[in-house]
Design a protein around this ligand. Structure first.
Ligand code: FAD
Length: 494
């Protein structure tokens, strides 16, 4: 970090006013920063002076405990986590990120990076450390001629979708509107267009990154290609991404909606779902959910066909022949289809994890049905097929390694009162264990368990290369509050 020395109160106020003029977040004067912010990781006090200096150096906003917006700023989607950082820095760009990285390191504080705040494990917030909060840095620019979108890293799925849809364009983004595109893309990024156009990370053209030593670098096929390879699936391990550039596709009207079947017949319906996918073209995206109902578990299939509607309707005829109780499938703008989706509508305490299966056959379907029939009413299983363009990318072409056709099985439960938590967590774990014998991997972005073993499993043959790249860009593992690739592993497995 460039040492700037202490600034005068008047100069600080002038800088703050200047910053506030072009940045929407208010910049605080040091009087409002509170006293000693908190103690450092090694018992070292984190002085108000250090926080004041940071605030004077950045264009964004520094929030500390005691500030009126502290509780709102530390809230994340998964309410199972109630974390209290010492400093939240709402960064307004790459320079703010670089200064905050230096601040966290010089004060020996743990560091979290937050974009959309949807990490299943609450990685976007930390206890007793510093948060690089990109949530206010979210502009999306679209070059419709070149079919490229350039998004600041705090943009959400809804920001990207609505900006691109103004031009009849889209790229693969998440199925839930409030997910951050940065976390989504860095871990892979599954969404309704993936069968046709690949994952979000497959559509990434380049990214701007601040490395832990404060350098601003580009990652693309031509600039730092190792880094570009690693951030397409390897998560937030290698630097703080400030901008992402995506390839866009023409996407207008789609045939979308859901078929919901009466309770029961789960085995027959799942078999039909597997047969349906085997005959479906890449334009067809579908996922199935085993949902609770007063009559028992029932199957819901969400569909989105991004080709000619007549062909899509022909394709789903076998599913309609199985007599859904509710059929909402119709032609609609892609944006409407995106808005209708989402597994969880609002922030809630939850536990979700996943397994990747290459097949859904007799034994695994039986295990799924048994688990579903035994589930608490706030739990469900989601079956997300990975196929088409996703599985035409080579397993070592990007860090994301689930390139065989198969099914991501998401196992999820929510609780509204603490006493419900144990039962939910037990059911999710038991269901995962019952499916484990059939599993070939996991998806990092939907993992609810922090485990080195699971991270290695997620990356499979790519782990050793990821560890090498981690060692090059973050040798001290500053960015470790994530599905962590360990720099030391480069020596062990390399
Ligand atoms: C309701 C819900 C729906 C979901 N739907 C989907 C879906 O349809 N498809 C899918 O693939 N996944 C989905 N996910 C999982 C989602 O992709 C991951 O949780 C993802 O990490 C969320 O990103 P975020 O930016 O919102 O989260 P955050 O909590 O802000 O970030 C998560 C982690 O990503 C890393 N990170 C984020 N931003 C940056 C950055 N700028 N630079 C470096 N590292 C960064 C950090 O390690 C951070 O801790 C869903 C999750 C939820 C809760």
């Amino acid at each position: 970090m460039r040492a700037r020395g202490l600034i005068s109160r008047r100069r600080f106020a002038r800088q703050a006013a200047c910053a506030a003029a072009f940045y929407p977040f208010p910049v605080r004067s040091h009087e409002t920063l509170g006293g000693t912010a908190a103690d450092g990781e090694n018992g070292r006090p984190l002085q108000t002076e250090a926080v004041r200096k940071l605030a004077s150096q950045i264009s964004g906003q520094v929030i500390t405990p005691g500030d009126s917006d502290y509780d709102a700023a530390r809230a994340i989607f998964n309410r199972a986590f109630d974390r209290h950082p010492r400093v939240i820095v709402r960064c307004a760009g790459a320079s703010d990120v670089a200064r905050t990285l230096a601040f966290a390191q010089s004060n020996q504080l743990p560091l979290a990076v937050r974009a959309g705040g949807h990490s299943r494990l609450g990685f976007g917030m930390c206890d007793g450390g510093v948060v690089i909060d990109l949530s206010g840095y979210k502009r999306v620019d679209v070059d419709s001629g070149k079919r490229v979108a350039r998004a600041q890293a705090g943009a959400l799925v809804r920001d990207l979708d609505s900006a691109t849809q103004r031009f009849g364009l889209a790229t693969t983004s998440g199925g839930c509107q409030s997910v951050g595109i940065a976390g989504l893309t860095l871990g892979g990024g599954e969404g309704r267009l993936m069968d046709k156009y690949g994952l979000a990370c497959d559509n990434l053209l380049s990214a701007q990154i601040v490395t832990v030593d404060g350098r601003k670098v580009e990652a693309s096929p031509n600039a730092n290609p190792d880094l570009f390879w690693a951030i397409r699936g390897g998560g937030g391990n290698f630097g703080v991404v400030t901008e992402l550039e995506y390839r866009l596709h023409a996407v207008h009207q789609v045939l979308s909606g859901a078929l919901t079947y009466p309770a029961g017949r789960l085995t027959e319906l799942l078999q039909a779902f597997v047969r349906f996918l085997a005959g479906a073209s890449d334009e067809m995206d579908a996922f199935a959910q085993l949902l609770p109902s007063p009559q028992g578990r029932r199957l819901k299939i969400d569909l989105c066909y991004c080709g000619e509607a007549r062909i899509g309707n022909d394709l789903i005829r076998p599913l309609r022949a199985l007599k859904p109780q509710d059929d909402t499938v119709k032609i609609m703008p892609y944006l409407e289809a995106q808005m209708a989706g989402g597994f969880l509508a609002a922030p809630v305490a939850h536990f979700q994890t996943n397994l990747f299966l290459t097949e859904l056959t007799g034994a695994s379907i039986n295990a799924l049905v048994a688990a579903a029939n035994n589930a608490p009413s706030t739990c469900k299983v989601i079956i997300v097929p990975l196929r088409g363009a996703v599985s035409r990318v080579g397993v070592t072409d990007t860090a994301f390694a689930l390139r065989q056709p198969g099914y991501e099985i998401d196992i999820a439960g929510v609780w509204n009162a603490p006493e419900e938590k144990t039962r939910v967590v037990q059911w999710v774990r038991a269901t995962r264990d019952s499916l484990q014998p059939f599993a070939k991997g996991v998806y990092v972005n939907q993992l609810g368990d922090p485990s080195e073993q699971l991270v290695r499993w997620a990356y499979g043959p790519n782990y050793a290369r990821l560890a090498e790249i981690k060692r090059k860009y973050d040798p001290n593992n500053v960015l470790r509050l994530n599905q962590n690739v360990k720099p030391d592993d480069a020596r062990q497995v390399g």
